[in-house]
Design a protein around this ligand. Structure first.
Ligand SMILES: [Fe+2]
Length: 290
């Protein structure tokens, strides 16, 4: 088992996956992501997998949610990144440039998504386009210098997120900018107790709010800004910290979204690349409950 995980799991059937669920749940918690090559589940099978994970690691959906795919966990429409295309009309779209930059889903939320299943149902673009990259923020934190680790452990931050006029917190609109509640930057994982660096990248921004539970000094704010920039620089320039997958139709990725920072490269057009998705949450989902 390596630190980044993401080995291709090939030749798996739905029944063999469900029959070895203890092994796969343990691997998921250790690696942060499972990459099931050419798995091709039905919608019902996607649901059954996420429910069984929920039964074992206490996320929703689980068996209390119901036996058929249910919104808002399951997205009925396939994700084609339509909104990202609309927001990125002026940027280079090729396989070597970021289409969606590094981020942790819901990092500004008190109740973020904890996991997801993505199933690539249509992939009509070049094989090396639209790659998804991952960094495990538990291992990344563990490997930082002691100075960085000790400093970040004391940081409380506020995230700045954007709301559109309907109150839907779609990050790429710019109608209003709100502050999240103060949050620790290093958070124990809900399922493993491992320390996770819940880092903001580009989609959200943050500022240092407190240090060791008291208001942060100007010096500490400057140090936070410096470390933040240094870490982003590492993500963009040190290819050894991330791992990228090449998608094919039928591939499935189950991701621990609390842990895995991710990004997407371009090189595909709207409508060429579409996937189904199920979200998982630590608590039963209530729409618009941050
Ligand atoms: Fe994401």
């Amino acid at each position: 088992m390596n630190e980044i995980g993401l080995e291709e799991i090939k030749g798996l059937t739905f029944d063999s996956f469900m029959g070895n669920m203890s092994y796969y749940v343990e691997k998921f918690l250790s690696d942060g992501v499972l990459f099931l090559k050419n798995f091709n589940p039905t919608r019902q099978q996607e649901w059954d997998i996420m429910v069984e994970f929920g039964n074992r690691i206490n996320w929703f959906p689980n068996s209390t949610t119901g036996i058929v795919p249910t919104g808002p966990y399951e997205c009925k429409e396939l994700e084609d990144h339509r909104y990202t295309f609309e927001a990125h009309t002026d940027t280079v779209n090729d396989k070597d440039h970021y289409f969606i930059h590094w981020h942790l889903d819901g990092v500004d939320r008190d109740k973020p998504q904890m996991g997801s299943l993505w199933h690539m149902r249509q992939f009509d673009c070049a094989p090396d386009s639209g790659q998804t990259g991952f960094v495990n923020m538990g291992y990344f934190y563990e490997n930082l210098s002691e100075d960085y680790k000790n400093f970040l452990l004391s940081c409380g931050v506020k995230r700045h997120y954007r709301l559109d006029v309907t109150g839907f917190d779609y990050n790429l609109t710019d109608q209003q900018i709100k502050d999240s509640s103060p949050m620790a930057l290093i958070v124990d994982h809900h399922f493993t107790d491992k320390k996770i660096l819940r880092m903001d990248f580009y989609i959200n921004e943050s500022s240092l709010h407190s240090f060791n539970g008291r208001p942060a000094t100007e010096e500490e704010k400057l140090k936070y800004t410096y470390i933040h920039a240094d870490i982003i620089n590492q993500f963009c320039n040190d290819s050894s910290i991330s791992k990228w997958i090449e998608w094919e139709k039928g591939d499935v990725i189950i991701t621990d979204l609390f842990v895995m920072a991710h990004a997407v490269k371009g090189g595909f057009k709207l409508g060429e690349r579409k996937f189904s998705r199920i979200w998982a949450y630590k608590e039963e989902y209530i729409p618009f409950n941050r």
